[in-house]
Design a protein around this ligand. Structure first.
Ligand SMILES: [Zn+2]
Length: 244
């Protein structure tokens, strides 16, 4: 059956290449999705950290406020004693203590202001992280939906292509089909290669004149001696071998 001509092998090769491209797309979608999900997980973790940091800062404000309250209570207490004091040196001592306490309270008030500024800052950080997480979550959901929708069509296309490949394989003689199958199993879409300018386009090694004759006659499968790919003539090199 001298039907393994250049054009039929070229068609077969194209079918294998299209099937490979489809399989690649089918597997790349879930990989992309997994990577986006990882990025989302990282952002969610960052959001949790930001929320925790905000919570800690709010606790710090409360702590400073409690501290200030106790300082104030102590001062009020002292000021009450001031009226009852008779001795001048005691009076002076309490006044000194009150002045010292006042400077401590000023310091605490400064710390409260500082902590409140940090609360504002961290509230903004949490908000930004929430916006980002929301955006990424929507993106991941849209991507998952898109991949799922495309996958259905791609799987259907792949089934069609696989059928077409089985049909196209009829151009290969029965007794050569085992070797063809082994080569396809090993190399997938790389099982075939065109010959361009007398060289295998897969490995660029020149084919022998005898192989060239077989290729032109299309009387048997020709395998590259260097890389083992099944060869066929490139269209532009031998347009006369093209089947109608
Ligand atoms: Zn080769």
């Amino acid at each position: 059956m001298p039907s393994s001509t250049a054009s039929s092998l070229r068609d077969l090769h194209q079918l294998h290449q299209r099937a490979k491209a489809l399989r690649d797309r089918l597997s790349s979608g879930p990989k992309t999705l997994a990577a986006r999900k990882l990025a989302l997980d990282a952002r969610q973790k960052a959001l949790e950290d930001a929320r925790k940091a905000l919570q800690d800062e709010k606790v710090a404000v409360k702590k400073h406020e409690h501290h200030l309250q106790s300082q104030q209570a102590k001062s009020d207490d002292l000021r009450g004693k001031l009226n009852a004091v008779k001795k001048n040196d005691e009076y002076k001592a309490i006044q000194n203590q009150l002045a010292l306490d006042k400077s401590h309270m000023d310091k605490t008030e400064g710390e409260i202001l500082e902590a409140m500024e940090k609360v504002d800052e961290k509230t903004r950080a949490v908000h930004e992280a929430e916006v980002e997480v929301k955006k990424l979550t929507d993106e991941v959901a849209a991507l998952a939906k898109q991949i799922e929708e495309h996958a259905e069509a791609q799987k259907a296309q792949l089934v069609e292509l696989e059928k077409a490949i089985v049909e196209a394989e009829n151009v290969i003689d029965e007794d050569e089909r085992d070797r063809y199958r082994r080569t396809v199993k090993q190399r997938g879409a790389d099982a075939l290669a065109s010959v361009e300018g007398s060289a295998c386009s897969g490995c660029f090694v020149t084919v022998t004149p005898q192989m060239m004759n077989h290729l032109i006659n299309g009387d048997k499968l020709t395998f590259c001696l260097a890389c083992g790919r099944m060869l066929y003539l490139a269209e532009e090199d031998h347009p006369n071998t093209r089947r109608s």
